[in-house]
Ligand binder design. Structure first.
Ligand SMILES: C[S@@+](CC[C@H](N)C(=O)[O-])C[C@H]1O[C@@H](n2cnc3c(N)ncnc32)[C@H](O)[C@@H]1O
Length: 412
């Protein structure tokens, strides 16, 4: 299943799904079916850069949709979006709504959205449960506010603050959908996503987590602080679990665990590390695994992290990771072991959720350096093949992006 911006040609399917929901009297206060004519402007009222309208598509068929709209028209609500999700009856209970909601939470900060709100009837228990599972809380109850077929119904306001404060909404788009622009829309969307990610990073500089992670970096990490902050951010917003390859003594592991903690969601964090000793000007250790365990304990996050002792590509390691995640998908992959990034992606590619956030270290480096072989060739080849979507380069040599393997129909 892929999630993409809706286009005009999707409108009949969108309306068919909506009309089926109207008839059920559970999901919407709309009482009469709508027509394509009435809703001709529905999609153009949304903008992919701030309040998008997405469809979930499988095998060329639209099976669900999600819309963002401004919660209330006043300027102060600019960062708050109301979301609505509808799924084709024939595709219910297959995780479509879950995937759409996960994507909404993950992308909202990039859209300049700082709070999400869902207005859900109190008798719509499946939707209330779904929102609750993804960190939404009951912010309010509007009793007997709707009358559906002579039955008075209560409306629950489900809300979630997404953490980073955006005082000025989304970054102004270098291109907007209405502008004459020859390139495919994905070009400017990708460009805007890169800018928004930089913006998000700047905003974290004013948050307490910045100094918290600065201490972690100094004590336990070889990564640049910016890379740790992004790992924290992705762990917080990602949908799915987290896999780290090459934990060393826990710098990035701790950043990810803090992100999970602050997401208030149940996400599993698995860190692969074979152990050994390392000589380093700041972080020398004779026993990596002992220090990793000790550092996680010091930060009181031992219980959040499953350490898999071994090398990423060994069958026992792969099977331990698969066991830890079960049938669930990975929403953040951190690769910081050695240069063989493609090897690690091939080992775990099947478990990556579409849009999984990817943090890949050692992208740059002098090719003559015998200690650090850059992973640039591997990463560039995966980008060229359409498996990876690049979103930027941070710190000393960390590549950041998203997994697009499902869209590229990867079968690794
Ligand atoms: C550069 S360090 C990781 C630094 C860490 N991310 C941090 O925040 O400081 C690389 C680590 O990867 C581990 N490693 C090397 N090859 C590995 C493999 N195939 N699978 C898992 N870990 C590996 C090494 O033992 C080492 O601890």
């Amino acid at each position: 299943m892929i999630i993409r911006d809706a286009v005009e040609a999707d409108l009949p399917a969108i309306i068919e799904i909506y009309n089926a929901a109207i008839a059920s009297r559970i999901a919407t206060a709309q009482l009469e079916p709508v027509t394509i004519e009435e809703r001709r402007d529905w999609l153009s009222e949304h903008s992919p850069e701030h309040y998008p309208f997405w469809v979930a598509e499988t095998e060329g068929r639209v099976i669900g949709w999600l819309s963002f709209k401004r919660f209330l028209p006043r300027a102060a609500y600019r960062g708050t979006a109301e979301i609505a999700i509808y799924v084709d009856e024939k595709f219910r209970r297959r995780g479509v709504a879950r995937r759409l909601l996960e994507e909404a939470i993950a992308r909202a900060p990039l859209l300049g959205i700082t709070a999400l709100v869902g207005l859900i009837f109190r008798h719509n228990e499946p939707s209330l449960n779904l929102f609750q599972r993804f960190g939404f809380q009951r912010w309010g109850l509007l009793p007997r506010i709707a009358r559906l077929d002579d039955v008075e119904r209560d409306l629950v306001v489900m809300g979630q603050n997404l953490g980073v404060h955006s005082s000025d909404g989304p970054i102004s788009a270098p291109f907007s959908a209405g502008q004459a622009h020859n390139a495919d829309t994905s070009d400017w969307r990708g460009y805007n996503d890169c800018l928004r990610l930089m913006h998000t990073l700047m905003e974290y500089r004013h948050e307490p987590i910045h100094s918290e992670l600065l201490k972690i970096r100094d004590k336990y990490s070889m990564l640049h602080l910016d890379a740790l902050i992004l790992i924290y951010h992705f762990a917080k917003i990602c949908s799915g679990h987290i896999l780290e390859v090459g934990a060393f003594v826990g710098g990035a592991t701790i950043a990810a665990a803090f992100g999970v903690r602050d997401s208030r969601q149940q996400k599993r964090l698995v860190a692969i590390e074979p152990g050994g000793g390392v000589k380093h000007k700041r972080l020398s250790t004779r026993n990596i695994l002992r220090d990793l365990e000790r550092n996680l304990a010091k930060q009181r996050i031992s219980e959040m992290v499953t350490i898999v002792k071994g090398r990423s590509f060994q069958p026992a390691t792969i099977s331990a990771v698969n066991q830890a995640f079960g049938s669930d998908e990975i929403g953040l992959l951190i690769l910081d072991a050695d240069a063989a990034k493609r090897r690690d992606i091939e080992c775990y590619g099947k478990k990556l959720a579409e849009g999984c956030w990817m943090v890949i270290d050692d992208y740059y480096g002098p090719r003559s350096n015998t200690k650090i072989t850059p992973s640039r060739d591997d990463v560039d080849a995966l980008v060229a093949a359409g498996w990876l979507e690049p979103l930027g380069f941070y710190g000393w040599s960390t590549w950041v992006g998203r997994w697009r393997g499902a869209a590229a129909e990867v079968t690794c």
